[in-house]
Ligand binder design. Structure first.
Ligand SMILES: Cc1ncc(COP(=O)(O)O)c(C=O)c1O
Length: 406
């Protein structure tokens, strides 16, 4: 096809996706590779997860676990998930009717939105938020009501959290609210929702008969003993109205395996399974066997991982502070969120492009994750899910190439 013909071809993208561009995560990784930059933009580890999990996947393949499995997932994994959920929350969920294995948290989100939300419903999202949420709301025909997450005021202590205004949240709930999405620990800000915040959300959900969809993919990545991860489903009022979603990728450093899950009361599970059945039906069988081994070992494995990540977080935070960034608290996730204003760039994209092309370090420009783009223009997100030498090289380049006021 000639370029002229191409110019006259109508765009093939369906209207429901027309307002959503290509994923910024993939785009920044492409730029990072092109410029030979240390990639602190996309949140995937540059190392593999533990050998025992890889071995379990290979063993499952050798033992012939290579065909379709049950829609809900293989029993060894659904049982392991139900047991882990019970140990962490004190709640028993029936593995056969209340636990569903999905293709990463991404498909769990899709199945939840498509299986439980009707056209005309309203869904509350915090701003900023992971870019798939508004896309799934749109696919489901729902309207999004946004609640801003505000950075701490200038001069606030280093550990001051991002917060939302109670009035904004109350106003977002209406008689059409079907669901609120709570992502804790929160990407991109690193915020961990407090018990008081969750209790307020719970009371509003109960009053408006809304469900909570919780994205807890960073549930095991918290670093501040005063701010542990709290599964929203454990808050009174939310126990029977929460669809809790998570996945293996972040905690076990196998993001490419895309094993996730949804844990929810039976009536909610029925809805999300109705969609899951027609989205993918079932998830890669051998990786589910490996995931079962991982979940069973999570409590032993977690402290080592957390200690390593805490060291990397502290290293990167200290370096960014020394360089002149305003660095926000990082109680959770594997991202450091920072204000790049001292470097004098007009916006986050200009700053991150300069960083990638000239300093050879890629960071994520987060305005794309904001509904109110202006709020994200002065921010940049740096991933620390990297080997220490990678972070050291990134910091070396930043120190050599970036000066406040440049
Ligand atoms: C908040 C959040 N939710 C969901 C996902 C996707 O998870 P998965 O890879 O398990 O689909 C990510 C990945 O970056 C994320 O940051």
């Amino acid at each position: 096809m000639t370029p002229t013909q191409q110019a006259h071809e109508p765009r093939a993208v369906a209207q429901r996706f027309a307002s959503f561009g290509a994923s910024i995560f993939a785009e920044m990784t492409r730029l990072a590779v092109h410029h030979g930059a240390v990639n602190l933009a996309q949140g995937f580890p540059d190392f593999d997860g533990p050998d025992f999990i890889r071995d379990a996947a290979m063993q499952a393949m050798r033992e012939g676990h290579n065909q379709y499995c049950q829609l809900a997932g293989i029993p060894p994994l659904t049982h392991a998930l139900a047991d882990a959920w019970s140990a962490r929350t004190g709640q028993r969920r029936d593995p056969s009717t209340e636990v569903t294995v999905t293709a990463g948290c991404t498909e769990a989100l899709a199945a939840t939105f498509l299986g439980l939300i009707n056209p005309g419903d309203e869904v509350i999202l915090f701003d900023p938020s992971y870019d798939s949420y508004p896309a799934y709301a749109q696919m489901a025909g729902a309207t999004v009501r946004w609640v801003p997450l505000r950075p701490p005021a200038p001069g606030a202590p280093d550990d001051a959290p991002f917060t939302f205004d109670e009035g904004d949240l109350r106003r977002a709930f209406t008689d059409r609210t079907k669901a609120i999405l709570i992502n804790t620990p929160h990407n991109p800000t690193g915020k961990v929702f407090s018990r008081d915040e969750l209790a307020l959300i719970a009371s509003l959900c109960a009053r408006h008969n809304a469900i909570a969809i919780t994205d807890e993919v960073y549930e095991r990545l918290t670093f501040d003993p005063a701010l542990p991860h709290i599964s929203p489903a454990t808050i009174p009022g939310l126990e029977d109205r929460t669809v809790a979603l998570s996945s293996l990728g972040k905690t076990f450093s196998f993001t490419g395996w895309k094993i996730g899950w949804a844990i929810a009361p039976r009536r909610l599970t029925e809805g999300l399974r109705a969609a899951h059945q027609h989205l993918i039906f079932c998830v890669a069988t051998p990786f589910q066997h490996a995931a079962a081994a991982a979940i069973r070992a999570a409590e032993q494995y977690q402290p080592t991982l957390n200690a390593e990540y805490r060291e990397r977080r502290d290293f990167l935070r200290a370096a960014l502070q020394r360089l002149g960034f305003r660095v926000f608290a990082t109680p959770g996730t594997y991202f450091v969120y920072a204000d790049h204003s001292p470097f004098g760039f007009p916006d986050d994209v200009a700053f991150c492009k300069h960083l990638t092309e000239n300093v050879k370090v890629a960071a994520l420009p987060p305005s794309v994750l904001y509904h109110d783009k202006a709020e994200g223009l002065r921010m940049a997100r740096f991933a620390f899910c990297k080997r220490m030498p990678t972070l050291q090289e990134g910091v070396r380049r930043l120190e050599a190439g970036l000066r406040a006021g440049s």
